[in-house]
Design a protein around this ligand. Sequence first.
Ligand SMILES: [Zn+2]
Length: 400
Amino acid sequence: MNTSKRFDVHCHLFNLDYVFQEAQPMAIYYLFTSVFGEANSKTSQGRIEDIWHYLKKVFDALVVLKGDPATQYYHIQQSFKEVFSKDETICVAPLMMDIFYMFDGILNSRHCAEESPDCLNISKEEAADIILGKVKAYISGMSGKLPEAQINSYINSLENADNLNSEAEKYDFGLAFMSPGYLAQFLALNAMKLLYPKTLFPFLAFDPRRPGIMSLVNNYTGKGKPFSGIKLYTRLGYHPDNKDMKPLYDYCQKNGVPIIVHTSNGGFPPWDDWKYGDYVNPAQWKNVLKDYPDLIIDFAHFGVGGEGWQDTIISLMKTYKNVYADISCYTDTKSLLEAKSYWDNEEIVKERLMFGTDYVMTELNVELNKYFQNFLNIFGNKDMDTLMLTNPNKFLKNGD
Ligand SMILES: [Zn+2]
């Protein structure tokens, strides 16, 4: 690890490509497993509309994301150089997303109760075609909102999703279930890691519901591997105490592989009053940390928006030597000043807090150069060095 380089420990290099590719297999998974009660060989128009209703919300939330991973990476570099140092390259930790199981727990409540059995008249193949048609129509409908080239590239990668499989042949996924969107992200970040081995430190998305996921963790995360750490998103419906998380914690603690867990009162799924909203509460980690006191963990977004979450994170920092937080997605000055007051009043925060952008998500709210500038204005050069350099280098000490 090059300790002289500054870090953005939390960003994302993807656009809607990945979500579009994931949409059809996600829909099929929900339509033809026991999510809607009994597993059936046929489905109904109503159930398809249910799924589409939620898929569309996810597309709508992300529709403005621009560029591809390579141009997004370049954009982070340019914005950083503009504000900090034109001769320096910033190291970035792009985090994968895994939304495949996002709708667990919501889809079983709408249609199926009032449906009569003769509504179930659509086969798996027909359903797959219907969903694909809807995704394509959605993409075409983006015309005018995004450059034509980007829209064409979305259609292209959707139609040529099979090409990914030949690219995937050189990897050993073991028994892991690789849905096309997940696979596309995995391959894109692997390819970029080859181009930028010293400045790119990707994090693999882990969801305990994804079959065989530990094969990926074992084969591709840790020292000398393409992925430097693990990204968790418990808001999507799994608790930190879930028994299927244990192999992950064993591996991460043993090998010094850091974990970044989404910790803000918002995000995906993109709706409020969400039944798994409190899974994000850092207090949910007390048992895990008791069992795995050396786990290296970053509570992303420093618990913003949660009642008392910052205080919980600080008390975990004081108890456990490898507990960190990042201030990513702090796009407004008010929340950044709030973080600054914790910084000023708590010594431990100065040792454990890290800088992150959450770009490309921040593109929804603010230009990236302004984001960098706002941090510099509030924290000043010396503290920015601690946030961007000292603390991330401790967090990622086994990163490469
Ligand atoms: Zn993020």
